[in-house]
Design a protein around this ligand. Structure first.
Ligand code: ADP
Ligand code: MG
Length: 271
């Protein structure tokens, strides 16, 4: 089923330069899509258009077949949520409990049900012992977990993570990335991760490479990584395992040893 459908989407901040240009994209239900591309390629703009924080100049967005417009935006917000880069900017509650409650209050969920949902989802993200804590008592990773709990409690089918781990330490990053994978595999959410981390992007079902407001390439991680020209055009760090594979493939002596090259490819995949 088509979960997200984007048709001929354009958006400009200054009515001069287009941050998103005539973009078409379809995302199937239950997929995990990684969006990569250098700074300024339009990834965050696309994310904000998808959750209705920005209004397109042209084109349409359908979520679950619902056209994004003023009339449908409330319904759409129930279905799609976003976690941003900076955990401090999105913590809106006085305490963890209030923060998770925020979205539910907006959806006018009755109090007893809200209490139940807060308990249930703070448990899922491992934050139930922190319900009465204030933001300054939490690490960045813990704040991101709270943001995820809030989104889970709202039972949104689609979750966007816009560089949601880029301000976290390695431990917090692993924590949240593992969790994102679980959201997709165990909770069957459709996931969009915007990331600079190609190792992580590689685990997704598909990768979208953005460039100057357009989808430059869309395909499975295997196809994209095989086509290293694409990766070189976007200035992202190519994973080490893949660099070794590339070097072996280019080397006239080494590349005759098909088994070695294949083993390196396998290795770079499993890394
Ligand atoms: P990415 O997330 O891929 O780094 P963005 O979507 O943030 O890219 O930016 C796309 C383009 O839009 C860039 O040229 C950027 O400078 C511009 N842009 C982003 N946010 C704003 C803003 N709030 N006001 C004006 N221009 C912006
Ligand atoms: Mg961005």
């Amino acid at each position: 089923m088509e979960k997200i459908k984007i048709e001929n989407l354009s958006f400009s901040y200054d009515k001069k330069n287009e941050a998103i240009k005539n973009l078409d994209l379809t995302i199937e239900s239950g997929k995990w899509i990684a969006v990569v591309g250098h700074n300024g390629s339009g990834k965050s703009t696309l994310a904000k258009l998808l959750v209705g924080l920005l209004v397109p100049d042209k084109g349409s967005i359908y979520i679950d077949g619902l056209l994004m417009n003023e009339e449908n935006i409330r319904e759409i917000r129930k279905r799609i949520g976003i976690v941003f880069q900076n955990p401090d900017n999105q913590f809106v509650g006085v305490t963890v409990k209030h923060d998770i409650a925020f979205g539910l209050e907006n959806q006018q969920v009755p109090q007893p049900e809200m209490v139940k949902l807060i308990e249930e989802y703070s448990e899922v993200v491992g934050m139930s012992a922190y319900l009465n804590k204030e933001p300054h008592q939490l690490s960045g990773g813990q704040k991101q977990r709270v943001a995820i709990a809030g989104a889970l409690a709202m039972n949104q089918d689609i979750m966007i993570f816009d560089e949601a781990t880029s301000m976290l330490d390695p431990e917090g990053t692993k924590d949240i990335t593992d969790f994102i994978i679980r959201l997709n595999k165990d909770f069957n959410k459709t996931i969009l991760t915007i990331t600079h981390d190609l190792e992580f992007a590689r685990k997704a079902d598909e990768i979208i490479v953005m460039n100057e407001g357009e989808v430059m390439f869309l395909g499975t991680p295997d196809i994209i990584f095989e086509n290293s020209k694409i990766l070189k055009e976007i200035d992202l760090d190519i994973p080490f395992g893949l660099q070794v594979y590339e070097a072996a493939k280019e080397d006239e002596t080494l590349n005759k040893q098909k088994e070695l090259v294949e083993a390196l490819w396998e290795y770079s995949l499993n890394k």
